[in-house]
Design a protein around this ligand. Structure first.
Ligand SMILES: Cc1cc2nc3c(=O)[nH]c(=O)nc-3n(C[C@H](O)[C@H](O)[C@H](O)COP(=O)(O)OP(=O)(O)OC[C@H]3O[C@@H](n4cnc5c(N)ncnc54)[C@H](O)[C@@H]3O)c2cc1C
Length: 226
């Protein structure tokens, strides 16, 4: 973490909350839930840590605004400081969590929602909060099991849910990276916002593809998971 970010993270006020559930939904990918202590806007994040000794990390909320619990989706990084501890947490243990914040917010304007990996989380929150049912959802992942929440998303977006799988093939999957799928599109819709969420590599590459295809920068919203 750079100095500015680390000072910001240290200044965030955290409160203790009890873990209600932890589920491994794919290899090393978990959904963690706790009581909703705060209201939030779909697309926002919370800072979380297991204790004072580890600076908090940010996670997008993946649950809906009216649900009684807040859920996050996280990928356990084997060499990471926090996520291996989060992955071992027991129901009933306490974590420290901030109030929700952030400006990557969904609304009712037409949009394409583009995600890599766990970057699907804020869109799930948006759709579970009643937003974006007519949007197009494009998710990139390496393997067939990278498409978290795909059962529920497939039902909601039968025609407009594109899963781009770069290292495996499978029924209903586009074979290749999501950047290739975007490059393959001859035209992009007008009067549409483009939301990008996930790794910095994906966000930068997709932003460049969109700009090259004539999308104006004001229509591109990004959330980078660094
Ligand atoms: C706005 C925002 C929203 C986010 N939302 C999400 C989300 O919804 N879900 C999600 O999964 N993540 C999200 N992230 C990322 C998250 O905040 C953490 O960065 C991530 O979970 C890693 O935390 P960690 O403590 O386990 O890893 P860290 O300790 O922070 O390590 C980060 C990376 O460095 C590597 N590393 C660390 N130490 C070493 C070492 N000694 N040698 C080699 N490699 C090393 C680790 O493997 C890891 O890949 C978000 C980030 C931002 C900024």
């Amino acid at each position: 973490m750079d100095g500015g970010l680390s000072n910001f993270m240290k200044s965030i006020r955290l409160v203790e909350v009890k873990i209600d559930s932890l589920t491994e939904i794919s290899e090393n990918v978990f959904v963690l839930s706790f009581k909703r202590l705060f209201d939030f806007l779909p697309g926002q994040v919370v800072a979380i840590t297991t204790g004072q000794d580890i600076p908090p990390r940010l996670y997008s909320i993946c649950s809906g605004t009216d649900e009684p619990r807040i859920s996050i989706l996280f990928n356990m990084k084997l060499e990471g400081e926090l996520t291996p501890r989060l992955a071992k947490i027991n129901v009933g243990d306490m974590v420290m969590v901030s109030a929700p914040f952030g400006a990557f917010l969904g609304d009712n304007e037409p949009a394409w929602w583009i995600a890599s990996g766990t970057g699907i989380a804020p869109y799930r929150s948006m759709v579970r909060s009643g937003l974006g049912r007519l949007n197009t959802l494009i998710h990139g992942g390496k393997t067939r099991d990278s498409f978290y929440f795909s059962d529920e998303l497939q039902q909601l977006y039968p025609d407009k849910y594109i899963r781009c799988c770069s290292q495996e093939t499978g029924e209903g999957l586009y074979s290749g990276r999501l950047t290739q799928w975007l490059k393959d599109q001859k035209t992009l819709p007008e009067n549409t916002n483009f939301y990008l969420c996930g790794s910095s590599e994906m966000v930068v590459e997709v932003r460049d593809i969109l700009l090259e295809k004539g999308v104006i920068i004001e229509k591109i919203m990004s959330e980078i998971y660094f």
